[in-house]
Structures are given as C-alpha cells and as structure tokens.
Design a protein around this ligand. Structure first.
Ligand code: NAP
Ligand code: ZN
Length: 346
C-alpha cells in the first residue's frame, strides 16, 4: 500500500478537505500514474449529492485523469515510465461479456467498475482523480498523444469521449445538422468535435451569453432556448440532437426540432425522469436514445482524433482548495468550460 494525498468530501454537500488515501501495491498488470490534472465533471457533483443513489463516503471523485506513468507492474507491457497517459470513468469490467468483447466495456453486462464510488475487484472502494496518484490495470489506461497538453487533455477522458461516441455512432459529418443542447463541459466538447467531424453545428443554450464563445469553438448557429421563437424557427431542422443538460427539459419541444428519422440522444443524466410523449416520436419516426462515455478503444481513437484536429478542452485551472467554489459555479452554469484541478497544488 502507498499513502497518497487526495481531496475528499465526507458527506453530501460537505466541503472538501485534504486527506491521505491508500493506493494498492502494483499488481503484475498495473500502472502507477502520477496525476497531473483532474477535470471536474458534473457527474462528480451528482454522485456526491446522492442524486443517483447513496454515495460511499468519504468520496474522492474525479474521472478525467491525465498524468504520467511512474511505475509499471512486472507483466505490464503497454506503457513505460514517463509515458503521458489518461484514465476515464472506468478502471475495470468483466472482460468476458459480449459488450466487453466488442470493446464496449462501458456497457459491460455485469457492470463496469467506476473510477470512484464503486467496489474494485480487490474488494476495496475505488477512489478517483482528485489525488496525486492512482493505480490502474493497463487495459483501462489510454495514451495521450504528444501535442495535447495534459491540462486540456484531462476533460477529454469523460467530456470528450461522451460526445465523440454518440457523434461517431450517429454519423455526424458533412451534410448533417447537429444540435448540442447545453454548452457546459460536455457541450463545449460536442461543439468542437462535431465541427471537426464536418457537421453543421447549432448550440441550444439557455441564453445568448455564451454565443461568442460558441462561435469561436465551431458553432455555425447559436440560439437561446429561453426565446420562444427558437423552437418555431428550428422546427424539423436536425438529424441529431445531443442533450448534455444535467437537469430535466421539456423533451417534446426538443423532439419537434428533429427531422423525420432524426435522433435525440441524451448524455446528460438528471436525477429526475425525462418526460416524453410518444406522439412526439410517432410523428416523424424519431428516436429517443441515450449514450454512456465510450469504450477504451474508442477513447484512444477520440484522443488521436483530437490530437489530429488540435482539439483540447477550454479550461480554468484551479488548486485543491478551490474545489468547493468550482462546484458552486458548475451548478450555476457558470463554467467556461471545464474546471481542471492542478494536483501540484496539493
Ligand atoms: P455542466 O458543465 O454543468 O454543463 C451542463 C450545461 O447544461 C450547463 O452549462 C448549461 O448550459 C445547461 N444547463 C444546466 N442546467 C440547466 C437547466 N436547468 N436548464 C437548461 N439547461 C441547463 O455539466 P457536464 O459536466 O457537461 O455534464 C452534463 C450532464 O452529463 C450531467 O448530468 C452529467 O452527469 C452527465 N454526464 C453523462 C455522461 C455519460 O456518459 N452519459 C458522462 C459525463 C457526464 P447552458 O448555459 O449552455 O444552457
Ligand atoms: Zn464525467
């Protein structure tokens, strides 16, 4: 066991405090990663606030991890000391079910092992990236290409892949009209990636406050959902709508923006159910779908795609003692566009 520094929250809505946690000894296929940066995902907040069920406290969140390899196990061959690597939302899976075999470990039938707030295969609670080091099986570690800074790469490990995967699956590309709903951590990555894939991109944000930024990131159009004329004007427009919003929305209004055979895919994960009228789907053979992160192979593909297109996250770097304020700002939709914790400040 090795004691490392981390920031933990002791209970729902309780402030973070610096603490020490234990990381397991290196197993034969393990990699010890010195974490440089950890992104703050809205899922960290949902988890700590018990939005999705009872969390296990003390909680060390963080599933957007970027750093360098410090040591490798005796039979680990994928990475060497000094390599730039990342870890996302999962650190293991059953590896045997059809989804794991297909490289979609995020849909592991018995269930993937989450990077934090789960019980690992060693029977110990998993603890995430708000810490200086983490030990992860090499099969759940990805390589961060040269050319992407570790700070702007960290958010790609969750926000990046969560948008890349559905955009890829539903064929965002030239000639496709894609709408991104909510321009926060996930949404802003969606704008960049959909634009790089060649789609015509529209942002649907609560207000026009982020319009200038949105256009800089690659949006062709930007509309406020608080403006009633938006829904009239964009009726029947989109092939694909990706909803990244962390709260419930009047879904039927958004479904009216799809063209025939269009899909609205939800990646936002609000605690309350989303209301859908079946007539909103019948009238246009529309699909209402969901998507979770992406598999390890696709995560590596996404990182390579981002390196090729010069894509990183728009970030605000904070120190360990600023996590509480950052969470408050995320809750107020006041993030531009991802907070990243610099673990050198621990
Ligand atoms: P975030 O940075 O807080 O962004 C969410 C954005 O949604 C906000 O910036 C805001 O954008 C909009 N929004 C927030 N509250 C709203 C409301 N009441 N009504 C309308 N719009 C609202 O959060 P995030 O980190 O991107 O995460 C977004 C959601 O995705 C969370 O629920 C998270 O748990 C989930 N998530 C899912 C996956 C997955 O695999 N499916 C992975 C990661 C995260 P505007 O200011 O532009 O309106
Ligand atoms: Zn996340």
């Amino acid at each position: 066991m090795r004691e490392v520094t981390a920031y933990a929250t002791p209970g729902p809505k309780a402030p973070f405090a610096k603490t020490t946690i234990e990381r397991r000894d290196l197993g034969p296929k393990d990699v010890m990663i010195k974490i440089a940066y950890a992104g703050i995902c809205h899922s960290d907040i949902h988890t700590a606030h018990n939005d999705w069920g009872e969390a296990m406290f003390p909680l060390v969140p963080g599933h957007e991890i970027a750093g360098t390899v410090e040591a490798v196990g005796s039979q680990a061959g994928k990475y060497s000391e000094g390599d730039r690597v990342g870890v996302g939302c999962m650190v293991d899976s059953c590896r045997e079910c059809e989804n794991c075999e297909a490289g979609e470990e995020q849909y592991c039938i018995p269930g993937m092992v989450d990077t934090y707030n789960a019980i690992g295969k060693d029977g110990e609670p998993t603890r995430g990236g708000y810490s200086t080091h983490i030990v992860v099986d090499e099969d759940f570690v990805v390589g961060i290409p040269e050319g992407i800074g570790l700070d702007v790469a960290a958010p790609l490990l969750c926000a990046g892949i969560t948008l890349y995967s559905p955009l890829n699956h539903w064929n965002a590309g030239p000639g496709k009209q894609v709408a991104i709903v909510g321009m926060g951590g996930l949404g802003h990555m969606g704008v960049k990636i959909a634009h790089a894939m060649g789609a015509e991109v529209t942002v649907l944000s609560q207000t026009l406050n982020k319009e200038q930024d949105g256009r800089k990131l690659g949006a062709d159009h930007f509309h406020a959902t608080s403006d009633k004329s938006t829904f009239k004007q964009l009726r029947g427009r989109f092939d694909l709508i990706v909803n990244t919003v962390s709260a419930t929305l009047p879904i039927d209004r958004y479904l009216s923006l799809l063209r025939v055979d269009g899909t609205m895919v939800n990646v936002g994960a609000p605690p309350e159910p989303l209301p859908v009228q079946v007539f909103s789907l019948i009238g246009g053979r529309k699909s209402f779908a969901g998507s979770a992160i992406g598999g390890i192979r696709e995560t590596q593909e996404m990182l390579n795609f981002c390196a090729e297109h010069g894509i990183g996250a728009e970030i605000e770097v904070i120190s360990g003692d600023e996590i509480d304020q950052a969470w408050e700002r995320v809750l107020n939709s006041d993030v531009r566009y991802r907070f990243v914790i610099d673990t050198a400040t621990f």
